[in-house]
Structures are given as structure tokens and as C-alpha cells.
Design a protein around this ligand. Structure first.
Ligand SMILES: [Zn+2]
Length: 243
């Protein structure tokens, strides 16, 4: 049991505390198809019908509310929580979708990407996790691919702890550099991609990848060679694609 990882998870996502409180079992990416058996609190990982990630295919073109991203540059705390590298946010960053307003709690990374685009997974994916006081979550996701220079990602990987622990950026970092609004936006209703797999997430995924340095992807994969959950069935859900 990675106790520190568990506590870091609770602290970094206070609005998930209710869901996470019962999550006493440790889990890992060796046996993601068994998460639901590890703890009664994880049962949605096995029996949920609105799970994430999914393959982004057969999307329905739609007029969807555009995202209004109001994040602020911050000297984020960069945490290795045993499952990913995560940047914990101070209060004050927001996301608006139509009438809904969410606060940025943290962002973190997966390798390879968790969502696929027509069957293909990008090298990495970043998740910006936002919450409402009631516990509803909205995640803004973007794919990262090798072949460029992204100073924000380089700065994060430069300080990212190789073992469980925390570092802090010396200067503010603008997270917008990791989620560029270009190309189509995909939206669907799904779940956390880690235990307890709660089905409370409004997913918003930018299809056009953000280019980052291959060396930084390699640096992440040296710490987490594979922290992507397998694809889940879409079942009776709509996947929307907006402009
Ligand atoms: Zn994630």
C-alpha cells in the first residue's frame, strides 16, 4: 500500500474524498481488469456502464458548448503519487462549459494516451481535472506527441520526482501550453480512469496533439512505462464532436 500516494490522492482531489475515502486497496497498472475486485469501493471499475477511456470513433457531429478556460500561471507542486506525475493547483483556475463552472484541482499525465483516436493511441495524454462543490468533475484532455519543444512539459519533467514525493516549480508555469484549442473537440460522459472509477466525469478531449520533446516523453516513461487504463466499451452513450 502506497500510503503516501493514497493520501496525496485524497489531498489533491478533496472533492473526490468521499469516493476515495473507502479506497483502502492498493492498485496498479499490471492488472487493470481486476481493479473492481480489489475493494468494494472499486466495483464500478468492473460493472460500470459509463467507463473511461474509450476509443474516439463514430462521433456524432454536434454544436457543443465551447470550453472557456480560465487557468492562471502557478508555481505548481509536482507530485509523484505512485500512479502518475501530477501538478496540484492552488485555487483560482476555472473552466466554464455553458452554464456550468468548475475549478481546476490538478493535472497529470498518462503514457501511452488513454483515449484512442480511431484506434490509435498517442504517446501521452494530459488530464486537467476540474470539480464542482457537488463532486461533479470535468476533465479537459489533450494528446501529447513527440516532435517539438514544449517548455511547460520540459519544466515539469525536469523536477518530476522519480520515486513517490513532491517537488515545486521555482517560477509560475502557464498550463495553457499543454492544452491548445485547435482541431475538433470530443465530448462524452464517462468515469475516472483510475479506481474508484466513479462515473462523474464530463470528458472534453482536444483531438489535435500538442507537440513535446521526445526526451521529455522518454523521461516520463522511465518513471511510468505504462499508466494507461485499457479501452472501455462505449455502451449506450453518445460521443459528440464539435468544432
Ligand atoms: Zn488521468
Amino acid at each position: 500500500m502506497h500510503r503516501r500516494g493514497f493520501l496525496a490522492g485524497v489531498l489533491s482531489c478533496p472533492l473526490c474524498a468521499q469516493a476515495v475515502r473507502a479506497a483502502e486497496a492498493d492498485w496498479n497498472y499490471e492488472t487493470p481488469n481486476k481493479w473492481g475486485e480489489l475493494d468494494p469501493a472499486f466495483k464500478l471499475c468492473s460493472i460500470g456502464r459509463e467507463q473511461s477511456p474509450i476509443d474516439l470513433e463514430n462521433a456524432v457531429p454536434a454544436n457543443i458548448d465551447r470550453l472557456v478556460i480560465e487557468w492562471e500561471p502557478q508555481a505548481f507542486a509536482i507530485v509523484n503519487n505512485g500512479h502518475t506525475i501530477q501538478a496540484n493547483a492552488e485555487p483560482g483556475g476555472f473552466l466554464r462549459i455553458g452554464e456550468e463552472k468548475y475549478e481546476l484541482k490538478q493535472f497529470h499525465f498518462h503514457a501511452p494516451a488513454e483515449h484512442a483516436l480511431n484506434g490509435e493511441r498517442a504517446a501521452m495524454e494530459v488530464h486537467f481535472v476540474h470539480a464542482q462543490p457537488g463532486g461533479k468533475l470535468a476533465v479537459v484532455a489533450a494528446f501529447l506527441t513527440a516532435g517539438g519543444k514544449n517548455t511547460a512539459f520540459s519544466r515539469i519533467m525536469k523536477v518530476a520526482p522519480a520515486a513517490e514525493g513532491e517537488a515545486r516549480l521555482e517560477r509560475p508555469l502557464n498550463p495553457r501550453a499543454l492544452a491548445q484549442k485547435q482541431g475538433p473537440l470530443y465530448r462524452y460522459e464517462g468515469s475516472l480512469t483510475t479506481p474508484p472509477c466513479a462515473e462523474v466525469v464530463d470528458w472534453n478531449i482536444f483531438a489535435a496533439p500538442v507537440r513535446v520533446a521526445r526526451a521529455d516523453i522518454d523521461a516520463f516513461r522511465r518513471i511510468f512505462p505504462n499508466n494507461a487504463r485499457p479501452l472501455q466499451p462505449i455502451n449506450r452513450r453518445f460521443l459528440l464532436r464539435g468544432k
